[in-house]
Design a protein around this ligand. Structure first.
Ligand code: USQ
Length: 395
């Protein structure tokens, strides 16, 4: 079994690569270092520096004997994408020689993943739209032309749905209208330009599935938190990229870092914004479960990839409770919301599908929070408080 991971250097991509490699899969990762370069360009700061992708693959090989092949390149280039399926690929690092062959599964993370980044200015907005749609379109055409049996696992986002005043189904909804009934994609109403590119991705994918009978699983993921996975425990240098800045840091990771550095927790507005969350370990489980029981030919299967829901206020309370017990003096501060989003709203998403195919949730318990605190505390001297809040405005 060969798993190709697009965006294999990112927060989720690298842990996913190690996870599959550790389970005996052949793994190839592709990345253009967008995330690292953007962090440098925006002066975002990271909790700790991480080795290059090639260095990580070498460390992984030394420590486990497993090879993760590395391709450094930009997947918005259609020829680079097609080469991964027709054998013209040039590996930037590998142990074995020759083409690994057509992947049985492609995991597509190769997108600009930040809502604030997409709204900094026109240049970043344009990059987000062009990169995300082009990479997705390139992938769909490469699979159409060379590998129709390959299962595509695409990372979508819960933010595609927005916060509607009705229950959120897993991707699809039956609608009765004038005495007739049909099945449609659940209505989408994204809250940022980044999230809107994910909606557009879904439309591209649904078109490709209808036209070319591709097999696709689209995972509507909520904000992820955490650092450690089973594989990164092998060697600290294998830890994933960890951001706590406003642009690339997600809320739980930010709040813990803020608590450790005596920076008041930045609750945007009223703090009633509710989302579905998951541990990074569960992202890996979800991808693996999807890989093991793939979508059928001509099926766009959609799962809501979250394990539990919290409001921002609830997350702040949990962080304060655990942080205070660890000797931090955690302050919670409501600040003007730089985003345009509902701060009090109904939120009732369904998220049973992934559990039905074997995922066992890791919840955000105090023990899990303690574990996260412990790691962040060990890098306390690296935390830069000047990058925590910059105020990228939606309007
Ligand atoms: N928030 C605060 N204070 C902060 C940071 C965030 O109150 O300091 C609030 C935001 O306003 C938002 C919520 O917390 O209501 C979540 O924000 P986030 O920055 O953790 O997550 P978001 O921008 O929505 O994006 C993240 C990932 C993205 C993924 C998305 C899933 O960066 O790639 O698609 O989570 S979801 O939120 O379900 O759309």
């Amino acid at each position: 079994m060969h798993v190709l991971i697009l965006g294999g250097d990112g927060y989720l991509g690298w842990p996913t690569a190690m996870y599959f490699s550790n389970r005996g899969y052949e793994v190839t990762v592709v990345d253009n270092y967008f995330r690292r370069n953007a962090c440098l360009e925006l002066d975002s700061g990271m909790l700790y520096s991480v080795p290059s992708l090639i260095e990580r693959a070498k460390i992984w090989y030394e420590r486990t004997g497993y090879e993760i092949k590395v391709v450094l390149g930009d997947l918005s280039n259609p020829e680079l994408m097609r080469g991964l399926f027709d054998g013209r690929v040039e590996y930037s690092w590998s142990v074995s020689t020759g083409f690994t062959g057509v992947p049985s599964t492609v995991v597509h993370y190769a997108e600009q993943p930040s809502a604030p980044y997409s709204l900094i200015d026109y240049k970043r907005a344009d990059f987000t739209v062009v990169n995300n749609l082009r990479v997705t379109n390139n992938l769909l055409w490469a699979v159409r032309d060379h590998a129709r049996d390959t299962h595509i696992i695409k990372l979508g986002t819960m933010g595609e749905y927005g916060t509607p005043n009705i229950d959120i189904e897993e991707g699809w909804i039956n609608i009765q209208h004038n005495g007739r009934e049909g099945r449609f994609l659940f209505p989408r109403a994204a809250g940022s330009l980044y999230h809107t590119t994910k909606v557009m991705d879904t439309d591209l994918i649904w078109f490709a599935v209808r036209m070319w009978d591709l097999k696709v699983t689209d995972l509507m993921q909520g904000p992820v938190y955490g650092i450690e996975t089973e594989e990164s425990n092998i060697d600290k240098r294998l830890r994933t990229i960890f951001n706590y800045d406003e642009v690339f840091g997600t809320i739980v990771n930010r709040f813990v870092t803020q608590a450790v550095s005596d920076y008041p927790l930045t609750v945007y507005g009223k703090g009633g914004q509710t989302r579905g969350y998951l541990n990074i370990k569960d992202t890996l489980q979800c991808i693996h479960a999807s890989e093991r029981s793939p979508a059928s030919t001509g099926e766009l299967r959609i799962f809501n990839q979250i394990m539990e829901t919290f409001s921002v206020n609830e997350l702040a309370e949990i962080t304060k409770r655990v942080g205070d017990l660890r000797g931090h003096n955690v302050e919670i501060k409501s600040i003007d919301n730089p985003r345009k989003e509902a701060e009090e709203h109904y939120y009732n998403p369904k998220y049973q599908g992934l559990k039905d195919i074997g995922v066992t949730p890791n919840y955000l318990t105090d023990e899990v929070m303690n574990g996260l605190f412990k790691i962040v505390e060990s890098y306390k001297e690296n935390i830069r408080t000047d990058v925590i809040f910059k105020g990228v405005k939606w309007g």
